[in-house]
Design a protein around this ligand. Structure first.
Ligand code: PLP
Length: 388
């Protein structure tokens, strides 16, 4: 049996059509877009075209799109960049407790330098209450950050309702859409956000390329200083192939969303139902309906998630215990703890995220593997406990 890959929230394979679009910019038209000759002008034109495409796909203006090295840089740029630009106004940040580390750690970095950080709580399904955002705002609040969908449990936030609150108080709203871009339609005006962050490798594009939308007029400082690339907001020679690849990948994902997503939802629901049916004491985490179309996140009482992952890996199933960046660490997920889960149950968690190549047969195999592995680990844990 080959490996069953169910970790698409960590990363996706590069779509062959994306690689095709990228290839000329690596092999033939390799000029530096800032250089003054024809090959370079072609590269510049490719970046401009990619910017127009990305803008068109998310309802933005091309001048509001900035290319970055990915989601982590985008989140850091958004949080630190706006905080520094609005520092004269105050040094208070409002960030949801379940943000990705790229947002949380950027905010904590500022906290260590004297900023005040309010963490927004979430309910048992991982939802942020828009009214709680209103209560957390102060005259000195520099920004609010609430992610579009959570990378661990898949809960999709009511961004438009949150934006209505932040907008009425004149505070910029930063939205990390790394997990939703390519899986859900994104329109920056419908969402009402001021900054939106995406990353190409989550939607079958290349790793190491992302984009940030910054609504016209939003104050923001650069993180990187150097040449004047990206209109002074992001210095550094552009990854032309990466940018072309991001635009092509987003274009394909948006064009094929109506075909792909219903299939993902069907597989997701089969996977969740299969696990809940076959494994006693299994619990599905995240919002029952407001969740990513490809996310199944479950907890198993009396099971160590790290051992579960290792055993599933040996059996040929690639999954995650939470976000890729924290797997390997023994501390339970900050997302699950914020949702009110006990540390013990949080440690027995498994995230499965489906992609367009997964099949029903793989879902059935995954259910059997998980059921057998959980049973074996529980038996082992019980016999170890008896021996002690
Ligand atoms: N934000 C979210 C919600 C993510 O899931 C990830 C990656 O897992 C990132 C940010 C970081 O993106 P990148 O891997 O492009 O740095």
């Amino acid at each position: 049996m080959g490996t069953i890959y169910m970790d698409h929230a960590a990363t996706t394979p590069l779509d062959a059509r994306v690689l095709e679009a990228m290839r000329p910019w690596l092999e033939e038209w390799y000029g530096n877009p800032s250089s003054p000759y024809a090959a370079a002008r072609r590269a510049r034109a490719a970046i401009d075209e990619a910017r127009e495409r990305v803008a068109g796909l998310i309802g933005a203006r091309p001048s509001e799109i900035y290319f970055t090295s990915g989601g982590t840089e985008g989140d850091n740029l958004a949080v630190k960049g706006i905080a520094w630009a609005r520092e004269a106004n105050g040094r208070h940040l409002v960030v949801s407790a379940i943000e990705h580390q790229a947002v949380l750690e950027a905010a904590r970095f500022l906290e260590r330098r004297g900023w005040e950080l309010t963490l927004l709580p979430v309910d048992g399904n991982g939802l942020v209450d828009p009214d709680a955002v209103g209560r957390a705002l102060r005259p000195d609040t520099a920004l609010v950050a609430v992610m579009h969908a959570n990378n661990e449990v898949g809960t999709v936030q009511p961004i438009a309702d949150i934006a209505a609150v932040t907008r009425s108080r004149g505070v910029p709203l930063v939205v990390d859409a790394v997990q939703t871009a390519g899986l859900m339609p994104i329109d920056v005006d419908a969402l009402g956000c001021d900054v939106l962050v995406i990353s190409a490798h989550k939607f079958y594009g290349p790793k190491g390329t992302g984009a940030v939308y910054v609504r016209r007029g939003t104050p923001i400082e650069p993180l990187l200083h150097g040449g004047g690339q990206e209109r002074g907001l992001r210095a550094g020679t552009e990854s032309v192939a990466g940018i072309v690849g991001l635009a092509r990948a987003l274009e394909l994902a948006c064009a094929e969303m109506d075909q792909v997503v219903p299939g993902l939802i069907r597989l997701r629901d089969q996977l969740a139902a299969g696990i809940l049916e076959r494994v006693p004491d299994a619990r599905l985490n995240g919002h029952p309906t407001q969740r990513l179309p490809n996310n199944v996140h479950v907890s198993f009482a009396g099971v160590d998630g790290e051992s579960l992952l290792l055993n599933l890996d040996l059996a040929g199933l690639a999954a995650s215990s939470g976000s890729a960046c924290t797997s390997g660490s023994l501390s339970p997920s900050h997302v699950l703890l914020a949702m009110g889960m006990s540390r013990e149950l949080a440690r027995g968690s498994l995230r499965l995220t489906l992609g367009k190549a997964n099949t029903e047969a793989e879902v059935r195999q995954a259910v059997e593997l998980i059921a057998a592995t959980v049973e074996r680990l529980r038996k082992k844990a019980r016999s170890t406990a008896r021996m002690l």
